[in-house]
Write a protein that binds this ligand. Structure first.
Ligand code: UD1
Length: 417
């Protein structure tokens, strides 16, 4: 999808069932490379990042087959340990194959990963952990060549920052490494728990996922299983934002309430009534949102950086001033100047944004700068006067399965072009 056209002004109302989580689907796909058997992953969203990961797995010698929402991967006979530059650059999550490659092959050759341009996104924590587990690392200008002459072994690893990706790489590598790995300062995101649950279902011995200290006892061999990917908490939060911004009402099905705990208080501060109904969440928004005050992004269970752009969109037309401090990715606010084209009044000072709510935004031609920022522009456009065209909308396809179809289901006037 190259562009997305949105005509604002409709109050969104209705039900949405939330898709499977991108940020869980991608590491789970990588983890199948650790397993010399067939695995079936269910509730897999149809995303360009998922297709890109499947291309990498196929290149490495796996077979991968999609049937509806299920994907079956067979990594019984992996054939390659080099990920070509073109495939690495497709997405950030290509780095997730590093741990599995080293654990399965004892060698890996990779390039710097691609992905959304939201900050520097180094991979030093991933590399340092692999080194502690026995890898030698040689870097040329572009390529990173890793070898594990005597096989990966367990280690005591302290992460200086709870990186989600590094935690996942370490868990995957350690699951089939020799000995026990003690990981301290691990990321606590629900997607980490999903990964550990999947690997444990395949015979791994991982305890403590979801806490800062994780213990992984390496096993000789994992076996296949069928596993259902968790619901996408970021998409869930975006759908709530779309309804809230239009003064609407939504019933969101298939969510995990606990995963949304970091964002729900902010919706309530904006004047929304949010209630849990079994596995669904009901949101009823006021005619105009109240400012949420101040938000600071932080690792889970803090406020998620991936939901930040959608809250910025809501703040643009709230009845006063809102403040956001971004602590994870330094370039997230690059989307702000596109909101300004729609009439938003946002002042950026370094990692802080001050948003002065205006009564209404107007339609404009705006550019998606990254996946979450692009989706937030579409959300803002739903409440704007007139027509908005979001360009570079293919970035949204990285994480949203059919954003237009999903939002049309609750009354939005939105179409890909
Ligand atoms: C994952 C998510 C992404 C989310 C982010 C933070 C996936 C596929 N993506 O990204 O949507 O926004 O978590 O919740 O799950 N860092 C280093 N060195 C490293 C690795 C990370 O300094 O080796 C820094 C990063 O620059 C960033 C911070 O750590 O400032 C967080 O990054 P990380 O948690 O690793 O994010 P990702 O796994 O890339």
């Amino acid at each position: 999808m190259a562009e997305l056209t949105v005509t604002g002004g409709r109050r969104l109302m209705g039900e949405i069932t939330v898709q499977g989580a991108k940020n869980s689907a991608l590491p789970l796909l990588a983890a199948t490379f650790c397993i010399p058997a067939k695995c079936t992953l269910q509730n897999m969203p149809a995303l360009s990042d998922v297709s890109a990961t499947l291309s990498i797995l196929r290149h490495l010698g796996c077979t991968a087959r999609r049937e509806g929402q299920s994907i079956t991967i067979d990594a019984t006979t992996p054939a390659r340990y080099i990920i070509p530059e073109s495939l690495m650059r497709e997405l950030r999550s290509s780095i997730f194959l590093l741990g599995p490659l080293l654990a399965r092959f004892g060698r890996a050759e990779i390039f710097a990963p691609g992905g959304c341009n939201i900050g520097a996104r180094p991979i030093d924590l991933h590399l340092a952990a692999m080194k502690q587990m026995g890898a030698t690392i040689r870097q040329t200008d572009e390529k990173i060549i890793l070898r594990v002459p005597r096989g990966l072994h367990g280690a005591d690893i302290n992460l200086r920052f709870p990186s989600v990706g590094a935690t996942e790489n370490i868990i995957m590598a350690a699951a089939i490494a020799r000995g026990t790995t003690q990981l301290h300062g691990a990321a606590r995101e629900p997607e980490i728990v999903d990964l550990a649950d999947f690997l444990n279902r395949c015979g791994a011995k991982i305890s403590g996922a979801g806490k800062s200290d994780i213990v992984i006892e390496g096993v000789r061999r994992l076996h296949g299983c069928t596993y259902q990917v968790m619901p996408d908490r970021i998409i869930a939060s975006s759908c709530l934002s779309a309804a809230a911004l239009t003064g609407g009402e939504i019933l969101l099905r298939g969510v995990n309430h606990a995963h949304l705990a970091p964002v729900l208080p902010a919706f309530r501060r904006m004047g929304c009534r949010v209630t849990a109904v079994n596995d669904a969440l009901h949101l009823y928004a006021p005619r105009r949102l109240v400012p949420f005050g101040a938000l600071v992004t932080a690792p889970y269970p803090g406020f998620p950086t991936d939901s930040q752009s959608a809250f910025l969109a809501m703040a643009c037309t709230a009845s006063g001033v809102s403040r956001i401090k971004e602590t994870i990715f330094e370039s997230r606010f690059h989307q702000a100047r596109e909101f300004a084209k729609m009439g938003a009044h946002i002042a950026i000072r370094g990692s802080q944004a001050e948003i002065y709510g205006v009564p209404r935004l107007h339609g404009a031609r705006v550019k998606a700068m990254d996946l979450r920022g692009g989706a937030a522009l579409a959300v803002a456009a739903l409440g704007a006067h007139g027509q908005t065209t979001v360009t570079c909308a293919e970035l949204i396809d990285r994480g949203w399965e059919d954003i237009a179809g999903t939002l049309r289901r609750i009354g939005a006037n939105i179409a890909p072009s």
